[in-house]
Ligand binder design. Structure first.
Ligand code: C5P
Length: 221
């Protein structure tokens, strides 16, 4: 740390995991803790950026000097990120956004009925926020970063996802039963649309965050 190389820049970071409710007390969710996104927000602020952190169900205290926008669902996260991205130099989508949400929402708690099989939960697709933002950039030269958790063929799957999403950088994590989620540490490979490959050794999420901002800063005009 030291150089305020993001001074005068506005960056948007999404963190946490969306929850997709199907009645007032239940939701479909995921295990994302939000720690990587918070590390990204803190390190960007320390490097001088104005930071908007769109936080989905993280339950962590707001980092100092960061504008936090709390959200619940993927649809809410999309609204908040698109709004903040309007004047952003960079957007980093570290949040685990649900690919699907329940098709219906019951306004009363769903009850079990004696002798009856449960109703299946029908799902519909959520919008792909990252792909949408990359395809229609809010400003020219905006740098867009995605995250991907892969269990196998990290490079091949990562390259395919980078191309599909159309973002500039994709941070690929190898996930397993005891890796990444909720942990203080991370290990990753950052793939660039320019063909670059930056391995990030196992270490604190702050260290990965610094490398992401180095790569972003190098791509800002
Ligand atoms: O397709 P997949 O969920 O693996 O992609 C992960 C990346 O895409 C993350 O950066 C995540 O924030 C973003 N994403 C999104 N909208 C979705 C699903 C994922 O922006 N509906």
């Amino acid at each position: 740390a030291g150089e305020p190389d993001l001074a005068g820049r506005h960056v948007v970071v999404s963190a946490g995991g969306t929850r997709e409710p199907f009645d007032p007390v239940r939701f479909l969710g995921n295990r994302s803790s939000g720690k990587q996104g918070y590390a990204l927000a803190r390190t960007a602020a320390a490097r001088g950026a104005r930071v908007t952190l769109v936080a989905a169900n993280t339950g962590m205290p707001d980092p100092a000097g960061v504008d936090v926008v709390p959200v619940g669902t993927a649809v809410q996260l999309r609204e908040a990120v698109l709004k903040a991205a309007g004047d952003a130099d960079a957007v980093v989508m570290a949040a685990a956004v649900a690919d699907f949400r329940p098709a219906a929402y019951a306004t009363g708690k769903i009850k079990k009925k004696d002798g009856q099989e449960p109703e299946p939960i029908a799902l519909v697709r959520n919008p792909d926020i990252l792909a949408e933002m990359a395809a229609d950039r809010a400003r020219p030269g905006q740098v867009i970063v995605g995250f991907a958790a892969e269990t196998d063929d990290v490079v091949a799957n990562g390259r395919a996802k980078l191309a599909r999403k159309g973002c500039d950088l994709l941070v690929v994590n190898e996930v397993g039963e005891r890796k990444t989620f909720g942990s203080e540490e991370n290990e990753a490979l950052v793939l660039g649309a320019d063909g670059s490959e930056t391995p990030v050794p196992h270490g604190p999420k702050e260290a990965l965050a610094e490398i992401v901002w180095d790569l972003v800063a190098a791509r800002l005009d």
